[in-house]
Design a binder for this molecule. Structure first.
Ligand code: SF4
Ligand code: SF4
Length: 222
C-alpha cells in the first residue's frame, strides 16, 4: 500500500498486523477467555474465526483509532499476551456491532470484556476504570450507582437556579407525588451488596481505589 493510499484509507492500519508474528503465546490466556461464562455462546465462533474482517469494517472505534477487532480476535486465539498490555482495547465501547455481524458468531466485544478485566486485575487497566469508582461505590452503598446528589452541584451550575431549587426540594416533591424515597430500600441494598461480594466486585473495587480488603472480608469472600 502506498503512502497516498494509506492517507485515503481510514482502515489502512488494519492490514498492518495481518501476518505479524505472535510475540508471546500463553495457552492460559486462551483458556481464560474460553472458560469465561460470558463467552458461553461464542466459544465455537472464537475458535473458528476466519479473519474476514467484517467486525473491523463495522466497528466505529476502528474507524477513528488504530484499534482493530479482527486483530484482537486473532491475537486472543493465538494467546498473544501483549493483549494484556494493549491500551487500544479500551477504545471499544461495547456497541456489539462486531458480534451481531460476525459470520462465525464470535464476539470481540466479549473478548474485550474478559481481557480488560484481566488488565484491571493486574493493575494495568486501572487507569481506564478508576473514574467509575465513585459511581460503583455509590452502587454498593446505596443500591444506586447514579447517585443524583453527587451530580447536583454540576447540574445546578449548568442549568441554573430553577434546577438547584428543584433538587433542594426533591424529596418533598417525591413524597407529595407518592413516589417514596429516592434510594432503594435497605433489603434491596443488602441484596445488591451480597451480589457484589459473592462475585468479587467489592474486592475489585477496593483494588481500583488502591484500598486493601480487610482480612476477614477477603477470607469470607474467598
Ligand atoms: S467478523 Fe468474526 S470471523 Fe470475521 S474476523 Fe471478526 S471475529 Fe473473525
Ligand atoms: S463492540 Fe467494540 S469492537 Fe465491537 S464493533 Fe463495537 S466498538 Fe467495535
Amino acid at each position: 500500500m502506498t503512502d497516498d493510499q494509506r492517507a485515503d484509507n481510514p482502515y489502512a492500519h488494519v492490514a498492518d498486523d495481518a501476518f505479524a508474528a505472535t510475540p508471546r503465546r500463553d495457552p492460559e490466556l486462551v483458556k481464560r477467555i474460553l472458560d469465561d461464562p460470558r463467552m458461553h455462546d461464542h466459544k465455537d465462533g472464537f475458535q473458528s474465526c476466519i479473519q474476514c474482517g467484517v467486525c473491523t469494517s463495522g466497528c466505529p472505534a476502528a474507524r477513528f483509532t488504530e484499534y482493530s477487532p479482527r486483530e484482537v480476535a486473532r491475537r486472543a486465539l493465538d494467546g498473544d499476551v501483549t493483549l494484556l498490555e494493549d491500551d487500544t482495547l479500551w477504545y471499544c465501547y461495547y456497541c456489539y456491532t462486531c458480534q451481531s455481524r460476525c459470520p462465525r458468531h464470535n464476539s470481540v466485544a466479549v473478548i474485550n470484556q474478559v481481557v480488560r478485566g484481566m488488565q484491571v486485575e493486574s493493575g494495568r487497566g486501572r487507569a481506564h476504570v478508576e473514574m467509575f469508582a465513585e459511581w460503583c461505590g455509590a452502587f454498593y452503598d446505596k443500591g444506586m450507582g447514579g447517585d443524583p446528589h453527587l451530580m447536583f452541584p454540576a447540574i445546578g451550575e449548568a442549568w441554573g437556579d430553577k434546577w438547584t431549587d428543584f433538587m433542594a426540594h426533591l424529596l418533598e416533591i417525591r413524597e407529595e407525588l407518592g413516589l417514596g424515597d429516592l434510594y432503594p430500600p435497605d433489603d434491596v441494598v443488602k441484596e445488591v451488596q451480597t451480589i457484589f461480594e459473592e462475585t468479587g466486585f467489592k474486592e475489585r473495587l477496593a483494588a481500583v481505589r488502591g484500598e486493601s480488603v480487610p482480612a476477614e472480608t477477603a477470607a469470607e469472600e474467598g
